[in-house]
Design a binder for this molecule. Structure first.
Ligand code: UT7
Length: 329
């Protein structure tokens, strides 16, 4: 039995300056502001410029986190970057971040678990700390989905944006910090949200690039259905594992994909609206960026009080889902 747990020492985040509004999208594809708002709740999103990549946002989020933490970069033991849009196939973007933030004594690796990656990474980092292997682990969720979005497909391009968020984990007594987590995957559903070419199975060819197969493909209905079914289940499992009840949750931060998914899933879970945070209207779905971005914004607003039960829940390609329950402070 672990004698210690992991807590969030500080949070940070970063988004590109460029705003892409629904009105802007109306000029790119056959859509309307009304359709996008009614079907997704999204009003605008942030998009990188051509020269900006995932590690640039990740570095900004990690630097802000470090500055707020009082921990020096040399004291970071490990950098884990959850992303589906790394700068390169290899080397890992986490290593680029590790170098640029001056974490000279840290190891680094990327973690890929679809949009659930940040939740997975947080649990992996917490496990290293609980096992007394490491004292300070930087967890970053960062993505630039705009680089792999099909800007001719109105069913997907209105959904996505770019962002990064980070947390620095450090040790605490058992009973505080990370209380429990559940990580799940249903590999048989991998095809409902994927980029089918560009890997070892189907290398890039002029033909498949011409067909847009190197960009995000999605069965939106199936993703919606799976998400709404699985989110309440995994949330319930994690809460029960922590020895708590649904009513004990102070705040729940769900992967920001679509406001309708959030509302349907939370209705099924039976959590009251004021406990469910949201910023999808301003940033859209930024994949691994959504949860740490919203967590940081709520933290900076002073929402969380010591002892609050904050639950983070993700879902995404894989099909993956996961939940982590944290006692704040
Ligand atoms: O991290 C996870 C990532 N993925 C997701 O979260 C996606 C989950 N799925 C969804 O959010 C929703 O399924 C969508 C937002 C993608 C689609 O919403 P929907 O309410 O399921 O719409 P629909 O696919 O049933 O489409 C309804 C109509 C269709 O027209 P017809 O066939 O009824 O004439 C679509 O062609 O809306 C049309 N449509 C659009 N119209 C205007 C689809 N996209 C657009 C658009 N603007 N952007």
């Amino acid at each position: 039995m672990a004698v210690r747990s992991a807590r969030i020492i500080a949070t940070g985040s970063a988004v590109p300056d460029k705003v892409l509004s629904n009105a802007d999208l109306q000029r790119i594809v056959d859509t309307t502001d009304q359709w996008i708002v009614e079907h997704t709740g999204i009003h605008e999103r942030r998009i990188c410029t051509d020269g900006e990549a995932t590690s640039d946002l990740a570095v900004r989020a990690a630097q802000q986190t470090l500055a707020r933490s009082g921990v020096s970069p040399e004291d970071i033991d490990l950098v884990i970057l959850a992303t589906v849009t790394p700068d390169y196939a290899f080397p890992a973007s986490a290593c680029l971040v590790q170098d640029r933030i001056g974490a000279t004594n840290a190891g680094g690796f990327d973690l890929e678990a679809g949009c659930t990656g940040f939740v997975y990474a947080l649990c992996v980092g917490a496990a290293f700390i609980s096992a007394e292997m490491y004292n300070h682990v930087m967890i970053i969720g960062a993505d630039t989905l705009s680089k792999v979005t099909d800007w001719t497909d109105r069913a997907t391009c209105v959904l996505f944006g770019d962002a990064a968020g980070a947390v620095l984990l450090g040790p605490c007594e058992r009973g505080s910090g990370v209380l429990s987590y559940v990580l799940e995957s249903v590999g048989a559903l991998g095809h409902i949200l994927d980029i089918p070419v560009g890997g070892g199975r189907c290398p890039l060819t002029p033909e498949n690039i011409g067909e847009g197969k190197h960009l995000i493909q999605m069965d939106g209905h199936e993703v919606f259905k799976q998400a709404v079914r699985r989110i309440p289940q995994v949330s319930q499992k994690a809460i029960r594992k922590a020895g708590l009840k649904r009513e004990d949750i102070s705040y729940l931060i769900l992967h920001q994909a679509n406001q309708r998914i959030t509302e349907s899933a939370m209705k099924r879970f039976g959590l009251s609206k004021e406990k469910v945070l949201s910023n999808v209207d301003r940033y859209g779905n930024t994949s691994n960026g959504t949860i740490p971005l919203l967590l940081d914004q709520a933290n900076q607003e002073g929402k969380f009080k010591p002892g609050d039960i904050v639950t983070l829940v993700g879902f995404g390609s894989g099909f993956t889902d996961g939940a982590v329950v944290i006692r704040w402070g």
